[in-house]
Write a protein that binds this ligand. Structure first.
Ligand SMILES: NC(=O)C1=CN([C@@H]2O[C@H](COP(=O)(O)OP(=O)(O)OC[C@H]3O[C@@H](n4cnc5c(N)ncnc54)[C@H](O)[C@@H]3O)[C@@H](O)[C@H]2O)C=CC1
Ligand SMILES: O=C(O)C(=O)Cc1ccc(O)cc1
Length: 288
């Protein structure tokens, strides 16, 4: 058991990400009381019933009163609005941190809102699933995974140290990088794959040469590859809108390689196809 690091934690958006952080910290004995906040009563009731939160309030001002740490875990485009709503009730010295999948746009919107005596630490756990809501939360989600923090020169050092410790207690390895690097890296390893999966399912699902839905025939490969296309559309709309530049750059990179493959197939160039697949297999095998 860790000492109580956070006497009162407020979770805004008690879904997969917020709920799993609460469960991990509770299991480690690192939090006193966890207060949940959200819009949907059924989800908050479920969170209470499952022990994800100790109590909840649908009023952000009430939920963050006396909180030492406030964890924002709502879709990326809501993060600044939510911060604006709850700031008037934050106690001096309170730390606000987030788990949003995009960091540049989030920091640009939240930094100017922050008063001198409340601190914002931008973060992003690189762990998740395609499931949403409090019911999807589980305490080991962050174990053995990375969590990226993207401090700027304005980030308070003590607040940063506490948030780092919080993620370590949840089981993660904390890595720090710039906002810009974060958004480019995530565009490549997370946001592009989601766009490809969504496109693939739509492409195959819209193929109307036969009367039946040919997706019904899909087996292991298609299902493994497209698991992430079941992810929440609101969350991914927000990510696509706020990491526009990073995503467009990676989509162009992808189109280049897809075009090369298409040419090799059209030309029946077996040697080039073999080289293309071999290079990919070697890169993929190296990260297993
Ligand atoms: N799902 C994933 O695998 C990962 C998600 N993230 C990020 O974490 C954040 C949360 O994602 P999830 O937990 O997956 O979503 P979720 O859908 O499971 O939970 C989000 C919760 O926030 C609530 N909510 C939405 N708008 C709100 C508002 N304006 N005020 C109060 N509550 C509001 C929703 O009702 C929901 O209960 C997002 O910013 C996402 O980009 C980060 C890493 C992984
Ligand atoms: O479901 C999966 O495998 C994911 O890739 C989850 C995920 C989604 C969004 C993030 O910002 C980080 C991780």
């Amino acid at each position: 058991m860790a000492d109580v690091l956070i006497p009162r934690l407020a979770i805004i958006g008690v879904g997969l990400i917020g709920g799993s952080l609460s469960l991990a910290l509770k299991e480690a004995g690192a939090v006193g009381e966890v207060v949940g906040c959200g819009r949907g009563k059924p989800n908050l009731e479920k969170a209470l019933e499952l022990g994800v939160v100790d109590r909840y309030s649908r009023d952000p001002l009430d939920a963050v009163k006396d909180a030492d740490v406030i964890f924002l875990a709502t879709p990326v485009k809501t993060l600044a609005t939510v911060t604006e709503e709850l700031l008037p009730a934050c106690k001096p010295g309170a730390i606000i941190t987030d788990g949003g999948s995009v960091k540049g746009a989030v920091s640009a919107a939240i930094d100017p809102l922050m008063p001198d005596n409340v601190y914002f630490v931008p973060g992003h756990p690189i762990a998740g699933t395609e499931k949403s809501g409090a019911e999807a939360a589980f305490p080991t989600l962050y174990r053995g995974k990375r969590c990226i923090l993207t401090p700027t020169e304005n980030t308070n050092a003590d607040a940063l140290a506490l948030v780092e410790k919080m993620w370590q207690i949840a089981g993660s390895e904390v890595v720090k990088m710039s906002l810009e690097k974060h958004d480019r890296v995530l565009a490549a390893i997370s946001h592009l794959p989601h766009m490809v999966a969504y496109s693939l399912v739509n492409a195959v699902g819209s193929y109307d040469h036969y009367e039946e839905n040919i997706l019904e025939y899909s087996a292991g490969g298609f299902r493994d590859f497209t698991r992430i296309a079941s992810s929440d559309p609101t969350m991914w709309r927000d990510i696509a809108e706020t990491n526009r530049d990073g995503l467009l750059e990676m989509m162009e990179q992808f189109e280049k390689f897809f075009a090369e493959l298409k040419t090799d197939i059209a030309e029946g160039s077996g040697e080039k196809l073999f080289e293309f697949f071999l290079r990919s297999k070697q890169l993929r095998d190296a990260i297993l």
